[in-house]
Design a binder for this molecule. Structure first.
Ligand SMILES: Nc1ccn([C@@H]2O[C@H](COP(=O)(O)OP(=O)(O)OP(=O)(O)O)[C@@H](O)[C@H]2O)c(=O)n1
Ligand SMILES: C[C@](O)(CO)[C@H](O)COP(=O)(O)O
Length: 256
């Protein structure tokens, strides 16, 4: 039996939702090219992923309910070190879903509870801002499912065959109900771990791999909330994306 104020503090923690951040950072960045995985290439003066981490560190500094930031890198990757603002673990897997599942297991091992929220964010989305992270947390904190940042489609949407070399339009689709999925994606730890375990099992039996957390949750029959994000929160994917990320980050530095 502890002191009365310790019990009160414990029951407050039990009542207030806790948040954890998981950053999958174990990709090879094949489409981006370069001699280092894209998350470690220099953009606006530092490794791309350090911009990503700075945004979450800023939120954690102002919100005690955001308990930890866990970065999952590939086994043997020593580029990043743990700091007081984030922890790095070398448990990345062969796919993004594998990496996230490993990260969830590590969060559990560190005391995170199944009812806690986990915000999963691509290391490669280095233009995320604290305001966008806050917006997702506020929009989803009372949601029964959770949700993700996403962008209503800004362009006319064409359907074609899968052969990109000889692409021809088969149809123009209604875009009123289409969104581009971004990250962070925010779900309850226990439910997300269950959803990803099911998705990984199905992928092992030949089903298509899920490419985001929401897809795994959807397969449980649930409907994640879509929270409007920003076009600036793009994923650095192709070589030309670095220059755009650099320009936006430099412009933000100037106006800060
Ligand atoms: N096995 C993997 C694959 C991807 N990621 C991470 O998931 C995020 C989004 O994935 P994507 O843009 O597809 O990154 P890569 O897999 O690195 O890119 P590519 O497909 O071009 O190789 C990135 O931050 C990447 O580091 C990961 O942690 N583990
Ligand atoms: C999770 C994601 O960023 C949502 O847009 C995206 O699906 C990950 O990228 P990938 O290229 O599909 O791995």
């Amino acid at each position: 039996m502890g002191e009365p104020w310790e019990n009160a503090a414990h029951s407050m923690t039990a009542l207030v939702p806790q948040f954890h951040v998981l950053i999958p950072c174990a990709g090879t960045g094949t489409r981006a090219g370069g001699s280092l995985p894209k998350q470690y290439q220099a953009v606006a003066g530092q490794a791309l992923v350090l911009h990503t981490l700075a945004a979450f560190a800023a939120v954690a500094a102002s919100q005690p309910s955001l308990r930890q930031v866990l970065v999952v890198v590939a086994p043997g990757d020593t580029f990043l070190s743990s700091t007081s603002a984030w922890s790095v673990v070398p448990q990345g897997g062969a796919t993004r879903a594998d990496t996230v599942a490993q990260g969830l297991a590590e969060l559990r091992a560190r005391g995170a509870r199944d009812e806690d929220w986990v915000l999963v964010h691509d290391a490669a989305r280095c233009l995320i801002t604290p305001a966008q992270i806050d917006a997702l947390m506020v929009a989803c904190a009372d949601d029964p499912v959770g949700g993700l940042l996403a962008l209503p489609l800004p362009d006319t949407l064409k359907q074609a065959g899968v052969d990109r070399e000889n692409a021809r339009v088969q149809a123009t689709l209604d875009r009123a109900d289409k969104w581009l999925a971004q990250t962070p994606q925010m779900f309850r730890l226990g439910q997300l771990a269950q959803a990803l375990a099911q998705a990984l099992d199905q992928a092992a039996q030949g089903a298509a791999a899920v490419t985001d957390e929401a897809s795994a949750i959807e397969a449980l029959g649930l409907a994640p909330r879509l929270v409007p994000g920003s076009a600036q929160n793009f994923k650095v994917t192709y070589p030309e994306d670095f220059a755009l990320a650099e320009a936006v980050l430099q412009a933000r530095k100037k106006s800060a």
